[in-house]
Ligand binder design. Structure first.
Ligand SMILES: Cc1ncc(COP(=O)(O)O)c(C=O)c1O
Length: 434
């Protein structure tokens, strides 16, 4: 039998860090990452044949659980008709129409399908610059929008996990086109627009921040931000790559549509587990994209028919019952985690954005990245490993959200709840040097 350690050693000899995406390397929790060979429903199985209840859910896409029969059937059918044509297909139009029906044509006049969330945000920014004739981009500290050059300053996700402020290899001239300000800080927004309002092409904001742990926007934050941006002729790009079709049938904006962003980005759930993402927005802005307009974007695999089939099957199956189950399951697990930590006297808070949640080892709920970083993060690795040892796979970083799925049934949830008291004890006895 190949062990996880052996699989990781072999991977490290050929893949930098043994991985193809940094957080997978277990850098902040230690130990050898599990090497998974299969997944079904709420479970993943590693190379040693051990099964885990999965609370990563492929970092979001597996909203129905792994290998949902409808999705697998749709993928098999599509694959049997050809893996890709580099040309138009009826499915891509159907998916775009389905997304517009779910979100509403008030927000989504038109969409373009791409392959990753990184591409979606990168293209949205180019489009905003093309539409406004301005260069400057505003982002918030702790927000993650993928790994394109201009977006890696003070970003969340892997950069938060690895505690690096930005990436090497980003030209200074590119970095200078992004201004980073504090999240949930409208005074900072007002000040920046007062100083540089005429230079700002767009503000990009996670619809609800979930890449520094889950930090929802303060009530009215997204709306006031949008108002200020529009007052200054700047666009708002609402990044729903993580929240879209997860926190409600139409995403975070579907829970509060009192404001109108100009462009929206989607990823993860929209591709049902295969590489697919999208950007959309008002028709007059979207029509600036080539071939109609002067803003260029293209992709050999854009709108790939197999990925489109997975996305269509996933969105069609994710109905009101699915979202009710996700919300109830997230509430049960987060309440149990909180109770277990409280029983051990571990200072913590749990924050939610719909059914997304995460634990912070701090006594008060953080509203900013600076506050997030103040928590006692050293308590997470022992908590994480205590769960993993008894077959529960949590995100391998305190800065990531926990993802439930429609397949998390009573048996899976019971396994999680049973594991929590010992994990809370491990967190309670952790020391900063441990
Ligand atoms: C909010 C947000 N935007 C963009 C991205 C980038 O998406 P991808 O990893 O598909 O490039 C992510 C990925 O986690 C994300 O959470």
């Amino acid at each position: 039998m190949t062990t996880n350690e052996q699989a990781f050693d072999r991977a490290r000899a050929i893949l930098p860090g043994g991985v193809n995406s940094p957080v997978r390397a277990f850098g902040s929790v230690g130990g050898a990452p599990r090497s998974y060979v299969s997944a079904t429903g709420p479970y993943v199985t590693d190379i040693e044949g051990r099964e885990y209840v999965d609370l990563v859910s492929s970092w979001g896409p597996a909203i129905l659980g792994h290998a949902h029969p409808d999705v697998i059937r749709a993928v098999q059918d599509a694959a049997s008709r050809g893996l890709g044509f580099g040309a138009s297909t009826p499915g891509e139009t159907e998916l775009a129409e389905l997304v517009r029906d779910r979100v509403g044509s008030r927000l989504l006049g038109k969409l373009r399908l791409v392959s990753t969330g990184t591409e979606a945000t990168m293209t949205a920014i180019r489009l905003a610059r093309g539409a406004t004739g301005r260069d400057l981009l505003v982002k918030f500290a702790g927000h993650y929008h993928g790994h394109s050059d201009g977006l890696l300053a003070e970003a969340g996700s892997g950069l938060a996990t690895l505690a690096i402020p930005g990436s090497a290899g980003v030209p200074a001239a590119v970095a200078a086109q992004t201004v980073v300000i504090g999240y949930n800080d409208l005074d900072a927004v007002r000040e920046l627009f007062a100083e540089r309002g005429n230079d700002i092409a767009a503000v990009i904001v996670e619809a609800a921040a979930a890449n520094m742990g889950v930090v929802p926007p303060d009530a009215g934050f997204n709306a006031e931000l949008t108002r200020i941006a529009h007052e200054n002729g700047a666009l708002v790009i609402l990044d729903e790559v993580l929240t879209g079709f997860r926190v409600s049938p139409s995403g975070w904006w579907g829970l509060d549509d009192s404001y109108m962003p100009d462009l929206v980005t989607y990823g993860k759930v929209i591709g049902g587990g295969l590489p697919l993402a999208a950007l959309g927005g008002r028709t007059e802005i979207m029509d600036l994209l080539a071939p109609l307009g002067p803003v260029y974007q293209a992709g050999t695999l854009s709108g790939n028919p197999v990925a489109v089939a997975a996305g269509l099957a996933t969105l069609r199956a994710a109905d009101a019952t699915t979202y009710a189950h996700l919300d109830a399951t997230a509430a049960t697990i987060s309440a149990a985690a909180s109770a277990a930590l409280a029983a051990e006297g571990v200072e913590h808070t749990v924050q939610h954005a719909g059914n997304l949640f995460s634990i912070f080892f701090s006594p008060t709920a953080p509203r900013t990245y600076a506050q997030v970083k103040e928590q006692q993060a050293f308590r997470y690795p022992p908590f994480f490993h205590a769960m993993l040892d008894v077959g529960v796979s949590l995100p391998p970083s305190v800065f990531e959200a926990w993802f439930v799925s429609a397949a998390h049934d009573d048996a899976a949830v019971t396994r999680i709840l049973d594991a929590l008291p010992a994990a809370a004890r491990a967190a309670g006895s952790a020391t900063p040097s441990a």
